[in-house]
Ligand binder design. Sequence first.
Ligand SMILES: C[S@@+](CC[C@H](N)C(=O)[O-])C[C@H]1O[C@@H](n2cnc3c(N)ncnc32)[C@H](O)[C@@H]1O
Length: 201
Amino acid sequence: MRCVSAIEYLKRFATTGSICPSSTALAQAVFDEVSGLRHEMGEVIFAGIGSGIIARQFLAKTGKTVFIDIDENFCRRFSENVCSENHSVICTDILDYLANHPGGRERTLVCCLPLRGAYFSKEVVDALARESRLGTKIVLFTYLPYGKRSRAYRALAQAEANLYLRRIVLLNVPPAMVYATVAPQAPPWMLDRFFSTRGSD
Ligand SMILES: C[S@@+](CC[C@H](N)C(=O)[O-])C[C@H]1O[C@@H](n2cnc3c(N)ncnc32)[C@H](O)[C@@H]1O
């Protein structure tokens, strides 16, 4: 399986917004979260392939999955791993993709785009809100919690898409939090999977 090297990744800090590729623990946590949201995983749109470490978890999934990144190099590398006819890699801006392919109840959107601080994009958050209104479930991760006063949280809440903290992944640099627009059924401290510490790096 070919993934992007840490140096290549760091060189693209302006678009990745992170200092090194995600860990396998974070990748597993994001995948587990998406698979736990539905009885059967419907269509998955994976935005932000980057190093490919999280995206490659979704290669095990058999249904329709669209992997998207704005960076040609990331897309080209990841395409080498894709062999199912249900999986496609598209090099485009996620905003263009969502404008032309609006979602619905069967869709889960995994958003790996950086959205905090200088990386906040009103256009992207508005697109996520629009998707949520159409019934798409959204899963994303962040290094800093989405407080109720954060711009992304407020913009999504206005579209009745509340972000719920679903998992904390300590084995990642930096530690990460996985959020989804689906409320947990039990308080976080009762979830044995709240702290995802599995993974080898
Ligand atoms: C934090 S990285 C993704 C992390 C990655 N999933 C991993 O496993 O390490 C963010 C990615 O989003 C991509 N990206 C940034 N803006 C984008 C946009 N508007 N549309 C699509 N992809 C975008 C970047 O090129 C980068 O690969």
